[in-house]
Design a protein around this ligand. Sequence first.
Ligand code: HEC
Length: 172
Amino acid sequence: MTKLTSGVVGLFSGMALVILAGYLFVASGRMPVATRGEPLPLERTLARTALHAAIGKEEDLPAPFPADEKHLVSGARIYRAQCAVCHGFPGQPPSAISKGMFPKPPQLLPPEKGVTDDPVGEIHWKVKNGIRLTGMPGYESTLSETEIWEVSLFLLKADHLPPAALQAAREK
Ligand code: HEC
């Protein structure tokens, strides 16, 4: 064997070993599939890096209208109907559904900071596209663009909402 051939053979046997070890780990039942427990090493970092890269420049998209009372009240109603079961009703403890999920949906209303310091374009991307394998739904086919921006603005302003929007988020 030439040096090159033995190098290539070595490289492929090394790769085959890594794949085999990965398969044995998964097939052994030790890979966490239930919702309890902590993330695997690197799981969170990899998921965040991939998400950030996918959002890319859309993070800089500005909302097409201002966060005025009318749009925030509308955003509050959408939040209540579509999001609160996972991300929290105002002034209430997290729901059983959110407690039983992995990853746990972050609580997005005060006293939590939520996404109030994220760019609104990033919030909009997540609501529109969803986040695969987390339980976060994509709303592209069920909410209009206007509704997606309204609920994104509602979350951006969650720490200083006008009373009418807070009221709308609480209404039954
Ligand atoms: C079935 C539960 C569920 C529903 C309903 C839901 N989400 Fe989520 N959402 C999640 C989970 C879980 C995550 C965390 C994903 C992760 O860890 O990457 C998340 C993440 C997010 C984030 C990113 C939070 C952060 O800290 O970066 C935003 C913003 C968001 N959701 C907004 C919404 C909005 C707005 C709605 C309603 C239109 C909604 N979600 C409905 C489960 C849900």
